[in-house]
Design a protein around this ligand. Structure first.
Ligand code: FAD
Length: 270
């Protein structure tokens, strides 16, 4: 099951369809969650909210999975947020990467969580559970997002406080030297923790159903006339929130037919 550190470090050529990049930094948030940065080929293009296939060379072959880019499109390096699945083919190995190791980045980025799939609107609601935060980290740091929407609200729900990855980064954005002016007064972050004491301990569904979501910001109830939503979480969160939105008249958008909400799985349960 395990890939030797030397196989990861010794990868010198990229298989067809991939860039071979080098790990720059690794940060372990918890025993189930880590993130890393790596170099970015100048030819790798993506839009905020998209994902690519990334991974490692294992037994001489690419072992890759879908990962959303955490980093915004303008950043020189790439960043990813990853789960650690104990017996997961990729993450049982990927969690051991170290600076200098080789990682594969698929040449093509894609995905549904892009502003083009939404009709322009007033408030953009970003609903994430767990690693579903990843694409939204890119979107909230892309100035284009704020050109399209008057206000952006990020709701991130996790089980434990330590799983609130990037909390300080998000809270620090209004003071960011490049983005501060764009973000200040437009971005609101609402973290929620379901299994430990915290300021908010509700699930996203409860926040929507109870009306607390919009009440908190003095906004009228969610409506497809004014609000837009992006969902990225577990299958159950996605389907529950999708139902709540559709009951309120929201319509799913796509590239050919922009709508009032879009959804993407944060992972697939096998
Ligand atoms: P797998 O065999 O792929 O998964 C084993 C099991 O682990 C799954 O059946 C599921 O129950 C569980 N699992 C997998 N991923 C997660 C997760 N993220 N959170 C909670 N449980 C999980 N994963 C990330 O960590 N970060 C991302 O940015 C990310 N983006 C994705 C984007 C898309 C569009 C999709 C479809 C998946 C994404 N994933 C992401 C999941 C990722 O592709 C892999 O499933 C994950 O890296 C585990 O790989 P594995 O080979 O170790 O285990």
């Amino acid at each position: 099951m395990s890939t030797s550190a030397s196989e990861i470090a010794a990868t010198v050529t990229a298989p067809p369809g991939f860039f071979l990049e080098r790990v720059l930094t690794v940060h372990h948030w918890t025993d189930r969650l880590f993130s890393f940065t790596c170099t970015r080929d100048a030819h790798f293009r993506f839009g905020a909210g998209q994902f690519a296939m990334i991974g490692l060379v294992v037994d001489g072959k690419p072992l890759v999975r879908a990962y959303s880019m955490v980093s915004p499109p303008w950043e020189e390096q790439l960043e990813f947020l990853s789960i650690k699945v104990q017996h997961g083919p990729l993450t049982s190995r990927l969690q051991h990467i170290r600076p200098g190791d080789g990682v594969l980045i698929g040449r093509k980025a894609t995905g549904t969580l892009v502003p083009d799939n939404l009709i322009p609107g007033g408030v953009l609601w970003l609903f994430a559970t767990g690693t579903g935060l990843a694409p939204f980290m890119s979107l909230i740091r892309d100035p284009e997002t704020y050109d399209r929407f008057e206000r952006v609200v990020l709701v991130h729900t996790v089980r434990e406080v330590a799983e609130l990855a990037y909390r300080e980064t998000i809270e620090g954005l209004p003071g960011h030297e490049l983005l501060g002016e764009v973000v200040a007064g437009k971005l609101t972050y609402w973290p929620s923790v379901t299994r430990e004491p915290f300021a908010t301990t509700d699930r996203i569904t409860t926040l929507i159903q109870s009306g607390r979501l919009t009440d908190r910001f003095g906004l009228p109830p969610l409506s497809p006339e004014r609000d837009r939503a992006m969902l990225c979480g577990s299958e159950s969160m996605n389907s529950d929130v999708r139902s709540l939105l559709e009951q309120r008249g929201f319509v799913e958008g796509s590239n050919s037919n922009p709508g009032s909400y879009v959804v993407e799985k944060a992972f697939v349960t096998k």
